[in-house]
Design a binder for this molecule. Sequence first.
Ligand SMILES: *Cc1c(COP(=O)(O)O)cnc(C)c1O
Length: 245
Amino acid sequence: MSELIIQNLQTIHRRIQAACKKANRDADEVKLLLATKTVDIERIKFALGQGENLVGENKAQELKQKGNTLQTLQANVHFIGHLQTNKIKEVIKWANCIESIDRFSLAEKLHNRLAFEQKTMDVFIQVNTSYEASKFGAAPEHTLELIQQVAQFNTMNIKGLMTIGLFSEAPEKVRKCFQLLKNLQQQAMNLNLPNVDLRELSMGMSGDLEIAIEEGATIVRVGTAIFGERVYPDSYYWDEGTQIV
Ligand SMILES: *Cc1c(COP(=O)(O)O)cnc(C)c1O
């Protein structure tokens, strides 16, 4: 099992390097985030021991179970799942960054809690670039407004944008999602908002990281290609309505 993780990590780093080369980018412009939902802490620990540092979790409950160990290991923990407001308290205990800010009501409650705890938090705005009803994220046409609203909260530092590309066999359709995110980043940068530094683009996963890197990704979030197939369908993580029976 450990051997496999080592091999998979090598393969992913090679893929990232090759994609960067093709896109004329430096390989150190792209960070690898280990998407570790359903992966047990021992395997995460092992992967971190291979020189990785960035971890993404999707569920508050799971993050709570792994949080202490991740903190001890000094991992940089990003929350990448749908955040329900009643889970804010738990998530800000363990995460260094929340990549899934997708609505004003969430940002407002997060701000209130952070202010109460006298804390600050790095955040990304998640955008639903594929317009699929099953995916979370702000609608592209509302994204600039949301960025401006969140920018007014002094407890949050907006670091970038995040999206999940369309699941499609047609690379050009997937590419459109990433181009849209890049485009929104440019538009938002042009607003010159004080204290907003939108340099990060978190996009690209096991199946589409090359396209994302070509379109400007600075963080790719990879799970399956490192840790193997998950038992639960992704909809369990992306759609609160899905029940596992
Ligand atoms: C699970 C997940 C990933 C990783 O997906 P893989 O296809 O397993 O690489 C990336 N981003 C988010 C938000 C996820 O939930």
